[in-house]
Design a binder for this molecule. Structure first.
Ligand SMILES: Cc1cc2nc3c(=O)[nH]c(=O)nc-3n(C[C@H](O)[C@H](O)[C@H](O)COP(=O)(O)OP(=O)(O)OC[C@H]3O[C@@H](n4cnc5c(N)ncnc54)[C@H](O)[C@@H]3O)c2cc1C
Length: 289
C-alpha cells in the first residue's frame, strides 16, 4: 500500500474495464463517493488507486425502448426523482429514491450504481427495483453480462469486487393501471428504514390478478415475499386478506437484523406491518380493468 493513493479517470468504459482487469488489487471504483468516502476518511479502507468512473458517458442517461426503461449507473438520486420517464413509467422507483436520507447534498451526488453495488440491506432503492423485476448490465474484463438484480444480489452480498462495472439498470415499464407503494418505517426523519416494503398489484373486477412484494431492512438481504402474496391472487383485498398477509410475512424473516434501528423480534413483526401497509396502498392506487 502506498502512502498516497493514485487516481485514474478513464474516458471510456472499455478503458476503465481494461484498467481494472490489469490491476492486481488495491483499486476501488468511485462514483459519487457518498458510500466509500466516510470509510476512507475513517481509515477503514485504504485503496492504492481510485478509479473515478464519473467520466464514463456509457453509464449516463435514462431512456425507454420496447417497454424497458434503461437507467445509467451514474444517475443520481435527484435525477431519479425528477426524470419524466421515471415519473411516468416507474413512479415507485422515483418515490423510493425520494425516501433516501442524507438531504439534497447526498441526493445530488449519490448514484444509482453506488447504491446498488453497496448492497446495504437498509437502503431504499433495491427493494423497489426488485419488486419491479429489474435487470442489470455489468462489464468485467471487456465482457458484458446481463442478469436479474435478484440473481446478482443472491450471488453476492459484498458488492461486485474491484473488477466489474455496473453499467445500467433495465426495468420493465409498469403496466398501465398497476398499483404500487413503497413503505418505509423509520425511527426519525432522514433515518435508514427499520422495515421497508415495495408492492405492486394489478386488479381485475376487484380481484387481485398479479402482485409483487419485497421487504427490506429486516434481514441482511432483501426478502422476496412472493410466497406471501401468492395466496392473495384471485382474492379481493379485504380485512381478512390484509391480516393473512401480515401474519405470513414475519415467517419469511429467518435471521432478523437487530441494531439501533430496532430489535430482531420487533423487526420480524414490522415486516408484516409494512407489507400490509404497502399492499393496501398499492391496491388503493390500482386502476381497475
Ligand atoms: C448521510 C447519508 C444518508 C443516506 N441515507 C440513505 C437512505 O436513507 N437510503 C438509501 O438507500 N441510501 C442512503 N444513503 C446511501 C446513498 O444512497 C449511497 O451512499 C449512494 O447511493 C452511493 O452512491 P455513490 O455514487 O456515492 O457510491 P460510491 O461511494 O462512489 O461507491 C459505493 C460502492 O459502489 C462501488 N461502485 C459505485 N458505482 C459503481 C459502478 N457503476 N460499478 C461498480 N461499482 C460501483 C464503489 O466501488 C463502492 O464500493 C445515504 C448516504 C448518506 C451519505
Amino acid at each position: 500500500m502506498s502512502l498516497y493513493p493514485s487516481f485514474a479517470r478513464p474516458n471510456s468504459l472499455a478503458q476503465a474495464s481494461e484498467l481494472l482487469a490489469g490491476l492486481s488489487g488495491g483499486s476501488v471504483i468511485i462514483a459519487g463517493g457518498q458510500e466509500i468516502m466516510p470509510h476512507i476518511n475513517h481509515g477503514a479502507m485504504q485503496p492504492d488507486i481510485y478509479i473515478d468512473i464519473g467520466g464514463l458517458k456509457e453509464l449516463r442517461g435514462i431512456s425507454e425502448a420496447d417497454g424497458v426503461v434503461s437507467i445509467g449507473a451514474l444517475t443520481v438520486h435527484r435525477e431519479l426523482q425528477g426524470n419524466a420517464i421515471v415519473a411516468e413509467k416507474l413512479p415507485m422507483l422515483a418515490d423510493a429514491a425520494s425516501r433516501a436520507g442524507g438531504g439534497r447534498q447526498v441526493h445530488n451526488r449519490a448514484t444509482l450504481g453506488g447504491n446498488l453495488v453497496a448492497m446495504h440491506p437498509l437502503y431504499d432503492i433495491a427493494p423497489a427495483l426488485l419488486a419491479l423485476g429489474a435487470e442489470v448490465e455489468l462489464v468485467k474484463a471487456g465482457e458484458t453480462r446481463r442478469t436479474s438484480l435478484a440473481a446478482l444480489m443472491h450471488e453476492t452480498s459484498h458488492g461486485l469486487g474491484s473488477e466489474a462495472i455496473l453499467v445500467r439498470v433495465l426495468v420493465p415499464a409498469m403496466a398501465a393501471g398497476t398499483g404500487w407503494a413503497y413503505e418505509k418505517l423509520k425511527l426519525s426523519g432522514g433515518a435508514y428504514g427499520s422495515a421497508n416494503a415495495a408492492a405492486t398489484v394489478q386488479l381485475d373486477a376487484g380481484r387481485i390478478t398479479a402482485a409483487t412484494l419485497t421487504i427490506g431492512a429486516v434481514a441482511d438481504r432483501i426478502i422476496d415475499a412472493a410466497a406471501a402474496v401468492q395466496g392473495l391472487i384471485g382474492q379481493a383485498w379485504t380485512a381478512a386478506a390484509a391480516e393473512q398477509l401480515e401474519l405470513r410475512c414475519p415467517a419469511l424473516v429467518k435471521q432478523p437484523l437487530s441494531d439501533q434501528q430496532g430489535s430482531g423480534e420487533w423487526r420480524q413483526a414490522m415486516a408484516g406491518v409494512v407489507a400490509r401497509r404497502a399492499m393496501a396502498a398499492a391496491v388503493a392506487r390500482a386502476g381497475q380493468k
